[in-house]
Design a binder for this molecule. Structure first.
Ligand code: ADP
Length: 623
């Protein structure tokens, strides 16, 4: 029979797997049992809506067997099974497996660690086997298919026979070597301990025929009986008391079930009684899945009714801004065959969703106070989503989310919360100041930032597009208004300064009008300012709609015709350049004005429309 080849990716991984270190190898059993359990879930799930699936509930099981002479371990399930096409698709390509979306190009060492901790499904069986034979029959199908492989050199597929539907996997173990005693896996005690260690919570019985030696009745002789025993406890992890479940068990449960290679940042167990009775087991991932910020990502929690899964991704249980949360909810208040449409209107579900949202928020706040480093990492991964949450639905969720936000700030350029910001405000500071820009380094150089920080005030550095929109929607935090440092009404001046500024503006009104004339529609006004520090000019915006907001909106579809910021060219009247302006004739003044305006734009992180003209003007002045 012709051998088929594994895909290149698969081949590489297989090789890596085969040579991984011995202590990791035992996880193969956990991986195969977990696949069997998934296959049982799938069939059970189907039986809820498909009356042709008639297997009774207590018949669902996983069978293990060892044969010392043949050196084989068999793992069989009576789940959904696979057709010939499915077998090839699922076992012929390793890279498609959800658990293998991590960086494949990383160093070998890291990969091996990943295998050790989390396994990579079916293929882990090659770590202990010289040959793997999979016989599978899809539910309702007539024929079975046999898939067989001895490793990297490929696999064969042929038709076969099987009594029931489901999948039977026979592993022929590798020969023992000096360091690696594969025969150990043929010992009953070893299998038993591996099931306890890794698969105790599997909700279907994992059965094995075990031999028992016991004394014969009425005689001194012993006899050996074979008895089928269930090896696992079968209590789902979330039904056990939290104190009895180790962190490692939660971790394995999470990484196995949600295809992550990294342990979760937080594990949240919620048991609620009263208005609604349910248990939730929730996880906050450490990093964002590769497709998190794309349309493909689907939020949702698994939904169980008294231990039986009724929905794989119940979106209604999670608000969009917490869409990164993974996990499940098990409730006795839901009926088993409730439909999706009915669920949407289910009152119980709404009560649960609200309680879950509150729990997640409190847990995040706890992480923020208890483990700042971890929280900051979390925020780097999901903060953007929280900020979109503030902005969405006209700010309806700002109360829930505002305490969870972090912003980099002028103080040490580290993250601060809004609360920390407000609590650190010196006497007399009236607003929460922020500045927008491409990155913190560029923001730090803005003239207005300097003006504000020189008064001892902290400035929030906004670098994500959504930031300023989110703050605008919030309006205030702890009764303090947010204020963009680039507004023309920064009002940092004291009374005296204000008066002086007004006087200067009046005295130089002619000059300012002329300058505005040279710039035409490019600016709404040219004004003097006392808060520009060492800079001669700066660009500000009139009112609340900033240049940065205009830039963001103009990039959205249809946004070119959106609102425009009203820009104001501010001149520092204490700067020598301003003194010079007063002495110029109109021609020169026009040249200087255009140069200053371009300078202000560049300082604000904007482009200039006509760089050639700018260069010519500079040369002209230099001559
Ligand atoms: P993963 O379980 O991470 O998707 P695997 O490599 O372990 O990756 O398995 C690949 C696919 O093969 C599974 O997603 C599933 O569709 C199928 N599969 C594996 N084992 C079984 C089984 N015992 N019964 C039915 N399908 C199975």
């Amino acid at each position: 029979m012709a051998k088929k080849q594994f895909k290149t990716e698969s081949k590489k991984l297989l090789e890596m797997m085969i040579h991984s270190i011995y202590t990791h190898k035992e996880i193969f059993l956990r991986e195969l049992i977990s696949n069997a359990s998934d296959a049982l879930d799938k069939l059970y799930f189907r039986s809820l809506t498909d009356s042709t699936v008639t297997q009774t509930r207590d018949a669902y099981q996983i069978m293990l067997a060892v044969d010392k002479e043949a050196r084989t371990i068999t793992i069989a399930d009576n789940g959904c099974g696979m057709t010939a096409e499915e077998l090839e698709k699922n076992l012929g390509t390793i890279a498609k497996s959800g658990s293998f979306d991590f960086k494949r190009d990383n160093e070998q060492k890291e990969d091996v660690d990943i295998i050790g901790q989390f396994g990579v499904g079916f293929y882990s069986a090659f770590m202990v086997s010289e040959k793997i034979t999979v016989t599978s029959k899809a539910y309702g199908a007539e024929v079975a298919t046999i898939w067989e492989s001895t490793g990297v050199d490929g696999y064969t597929v042929r038709e076969g026979e099987m009594d029931t539907h489901g999948t039977k996997i026979v592993l022929t173990l590798l020969a023992d070597t000096e360091d690696e005693k594969y025969s150990e896996f043929l010992e009953e005690y070893k299998i038993r301990s591996l099931v306890k260690k890794y698969s105790d919570y599997i909700r279907y019985p994992i059965k094995m025929a075990v031999s028992k030696t016991q004394k014969k009745a009425d005689s001194d002789e012993y006899e050996t009986l074979v008895e089928v025993q269930t090896l696992n406890n079968m209590v789902p992890l979330w039904k056990r008391a939290q104190s009895e479940v180790s962190e490692e068990e939660y971790r394995h449960f999470y990484t196995d079930k949600f295809y992550d290679y990294e342990a979760p940042a937080r594990t949240i167990v919620q048991k609620s009684e009263g208005a609604s009775t349910f248990t939730a087991l929730l996880f906050i991932p450490t990093h964002a899945p590769y497709n998190y910020y794309s349309k493909e990502y689907e939020k949702g929690l698994e939904l169980y009714s008294s231990g039986v899964m009724i929905m794989e991704k119940c979106a209604d249980l999670l608000p969009d801004y917490f869409s990164f949360v993974k996990g499940l909810v098990d409730s006795s208040d839901l009926s088993l065959n409730i439909s999706r449409e009915m669920l949407q209107h289910d009152r119980q579900l709404k009560v649960m969703a609200r309680a879950i949202e509150k729990k997640i928020k409190n847990d995040l706040l706890k992480m923020l106070t208890e483990d700042r480093t971890k929280y900051e990492r979390f925020f780097d991964a999901f903060g953007l989503n929280l900020k979109y949450g503030v902005y969405s639905d006209f700010g309806m969720h700002k109360e829930v989310l505002s305490d969870l936000l972090l912003f980099k700030s002028s103080k040490e350029q580290k993250y601060v919360t809004l609360k920390e910001y407000v609590e650190g405000m010196p006497e007399g500071q009236k607003a929460i100041y922020y500045a927008s820009g491409e990155n913190t380094a560029k923001i730090a150089m803005l003239p207005q930032v300097e003006a504000v920080t020189s008064r001892g005030y902290e400035v929030l550095y906004l670098t994500d597009e959504v930031d300023e929109f989110a703050l605008r929607v919030m309006e205030t935090y702890m009764e303090k208004p947010f204020k963009n440092v680039s507004t023309d009404k920064l009002e940092l001046e004291g009374e005296e300064e204000k008066q002086a500024l007004e006087e200067e503006n009046t005295q130089n009104a002619d000059l300012l009008t002329k300058m505005k004339g040279f710039l035409g529609e490019a600016v709404a006004a040219v004004k003097l300012s006392a808060t520009l520090g060492k800079h001669p000019v700066s660009l500000a915006s009139e009112g609340d709609f900033s240049v940065e907001m205009e830039r963001v909106l103009s990039r959205t579809p249809g946004g070119e015709d959106g609102p425009k910021a009203q820009t104001v060219l501010q001149l520092n009247y204490t700067h020598p350049v301003f003194e010079k302006l007063k002495t110029l004739d109109d021609d020169k003044l026009a040249t200087y004005t255009k140069i200053l305006y371009s300078e202000a734009r560049l300082l604000a992180g904007l482009t200039i429309d006509n760089p050639v003209e700018f260069a010519q003007l500079i040369s002209e002045v230099m001559q």
